[in-house]
Ligand binder design. Structure first.
Ligand SMILES: [Mn+2]
Length: 432
């Protein structure tokens, strides 16, 4: 009998590695320790029947011929099956990412410094072209994320990230992953969270809920998870927390879950940055008054919100387009039927020109209605990129007095901005 096992206080990397090993060694049975971590326990109580897992105490020790150990190199962490350590007729295999000194002396091993042990097994799964079920992929991703802090721990390797990509391709369910991953909160984080709950202010800015807090800390710890959790608990669209250290310096962490609030833009004012959804800024000026920073964030939020809408947010699509050979009478018909004043002319997915209602007035003779649109269209078209600011597009249209601004990505027209779109934008009637 072949047995796979793992360490006591089984975490997700351990459980995932054990289950993955049963794919690599199809004749092996997974034997799980009795004491597993609480979140693993919760996972197993729901999914136990989906995996073929027994308890270590159910293993008939005398019939074991091969023992595959995952995620530990120490016998003392192995429940019951450590009794097999001196049996010469048992072949020992080890898969682990702990490179410290251990006392397990395997006959064969795959031990590497890598973010998660399961990454090593995913490598073997890929190598053998094995297909994973979405449930297996989900469990493996849980293990991988737990041991790498969602790929943020410094122990994370590029291969861990590639393994995560592979598991997502295999159908790993991120909702389930998030549900079972418990972030590790230390005492400092708990204190910070408590103070935020007690002291942080809630503001409503243009219909969005924003939490802003100031917290004094004397120890540098991982704080972004707390900021994120606080935002979730108070159901804020965005949160900004100013951390003040004992030297008087400030560190701001921002998170946003709505496109209207761009954390990167707000924190750039303080020399920081990041992404629209997450960012930070370190303020090292001599005199830092947290309350001034708080005020400036609020000011930024009021300003940024009106100017941060992008062309992609305001444009109309799909765009009505025709081929250059389309006769003018058809252009007139389309404009009437669709009640539009401008039509884009494209060929092979490339913008060739634009024809607007005004152009129809150039036609003097009846037979001209049979001429192709390319004879009357405007070839010198002003365009805009979808990630330009909405305000920029509005400025261009006002300055050039044009009513139609095609939105172009590469050479392809993906939308159009009309005067109606600009008016809706200027009067704040963009869809939320
Ligand atoms: Mn591990």
């Amino acid at each position: 009998m072949q047995i796979v096992t793992t360490h006591r206080n089984t975490d997700f990397d351990a459980l995932a590695s054990m289950v993955a090993a049963t794919l690599i060694y199809p004749d092996a049975i997974a034997a799980c320790p009795t004491d597993v971590n609480p979140n693993v326990h919760r996972f197993l109580s729901l999914h136990k029947t989906s995996f073929n897992i027994i308890l270590t105490r159910e293993v008939a020790l005398e019939s074991v011929t091969r023992l595959i150990i995952t995620d530990t190199n120490q016998w003392r962490r192995i429940e019951r099956l450590s009794q097999l350590q001196d049996r010469e007729d048992v072949e020992l295999l080890l898969w682990d990412h702990h490179t410290g000194i251990g006392d397990i002396r395997p006959h064969w091993q795959c031990v590497e410094k890598i973010g998660a042990t399961v990454t090593l097994l995913v490598r073997a799964v890929k190598g053998q072209n094995l297909q994973l079920s979405p449930l297996q992929a989900t469990l493996f991703l849980l293990g991988l994320y737990e041991d790498t802090g969602q790929l943020t721990f410094s122990s994370t390797t590029p291969e861990d990230a590639r393994a995560a990509a592979f598991l997502l391709e295999q159908g790993a369910d991120l909702d389930i992953v998030v549900d079972f991953l418990h972030m590790a909160y230390g005492e400092v984080q708990k204190k910070v969270l408590f103070r935020l709950m007690r002291d942080a202010e809630q503001h409503e800015i243009k219909g969005k809920q924003v939490g802003i807090g100031v917290v004094h800390i004397d120890k540098h710890v991982e704080l972004s998870v707390v900021v994120q959790l606080y935002g979730k608990i108070v159901n804020a669209d965005a949160v900004f927390v100013i951390f003040v250290n004992e030297k008087g310096g400030c560190f701001v962490i921002g998170r946003s879950s709505v496109p209207e609030i761009n954390v990167n833009t707000v924190l750039q004012r303080f020399g920081g940055g990041g992404h629209p959804g997450a960012g930070s800024a370190t303020i090292t000026a001599d005199r830092v008054v947290p309350d001034e920073i708080r005020q400036e964030i609020l000011t930024a939020l009021h300003e940024v919100q009106c100017s941060s809408a992008l062309v992609a947010d305001m444009m109309s699509f799909p765009v009505t387009s025709v081929l250059p050979a389309t006769p003018m009478h058809q252009i007139r018909q389309i404009m009437e039927e669709e009640n539009i004043r401008g039509i884009v002319v494209e060929e092979d997915d490339r913008l060739q020109g634009i024809v607007v209602l005004w152009d129809l007035k150039k036609l003097r003779l009846e037979k001209q209605w049979n001429s192709p649109v390319k004879a009357f269209m405007n070839r010198n078209v002003t365009t805009v990129s979808p990630d330009a600011l909405a305000s920029e597009a509005a400025d261009v249209m006002v300055q050039k007095n044009i009513g139609h601004l095609p939105v172009v990505q590469g050479e392809k027209v993906i939308g159009i901005v009309t005067r109606t779109d600009v008016i809706n934008y200027l009067y704040g009637m963009l869809p939320a």
